[in-house]
Write a protein that binds this ligand. Structure first.
Ligand code: ZN
Length: 189
């Protein structure tokens, strides 16, 4: 994550003061003009003289070593604060929450396994897969028998187990159950 470029407060303040003083005196002179009903030309003259003042202020703005050092000091301070505030927040989720070890469970009579992926808003559950309940081997899809264990050859298709094992396809429902279990079991972690 790229760090936002900090703005030097010093420069902002320096220019603000310089311009602010000129603009403020200019506004004051206009107000004075209106008050004493001076001719409009005087105001125009003052506008040009103010522009001239602004330009000379820019050109004669001097930088001394103290200012440079102060700028560097403030910059380091700002960078340090940004690092403290933002970078620590970014690195915090790397400390794995305890629920990451919860990767297998029996839900709706099927044995499931899954993984976690770290997204921008925390962890998401991915790769939800059914396992053989006897030997925890990932099931494979067989054209003839439906889901079958490649190790013990137990068939998990509807024709074999009837209604008991008919909910395996609903991965979304299983994912919701996993999320709910995480909330209930790992609430205070
Ligand atoms: Zn098996």
């Amino acid at each position: 994550m790229s760090k936002p470029k900090p703005k030097s407060k010093f420069w902002n303040n320096g220019w603000t003061i310089a311009f602010g003083a000129v603009i403020f005196s200019f506004i004051l002179s206009i107000l004075k003009d209106f008050r004493y009903k001076e001719p409009f030309l005087t105001t125009v003259k003052k506008i040009f003289s103010s522009i001239y003042q602004i330009i000379t202020t820019i050109l004669t703005f001097k930088i001394n070593v103290g200012m440079i050092l102060l700028t560097i000091f403030i910059l380091i301070g700002v960078l340090f604060l940004i690092d403290k505030i933002f970078y620590s927040k970014v690195t915090e989720p790397i400390k794995d929450p305890n629920f990451l070890s919860y990767k297998q469970d029996i839900l709706k009579r099927w044995l499931w396994t899954w993984d976690y992926k770290q997204g921008s808003n925390g962890y998401v559950i991915i790769n939800v897969k059914p396992l053989c309940i006897k030997d925890e081997t990932p099931l494979v899809n067989n054209d003839k028998y439906g889901l079958i264990c490649p190790r013990c050859e137990t068939r998990y298709g509807d024709s074999w187990y009837g209604g008991d094992y008919s909910n395996f396809e609903d991965i979304n429902a299983i994912t919701i159950l996993i999320e709910d279990n995480i909330k209930k079991r790992f609430n205070n972690q």
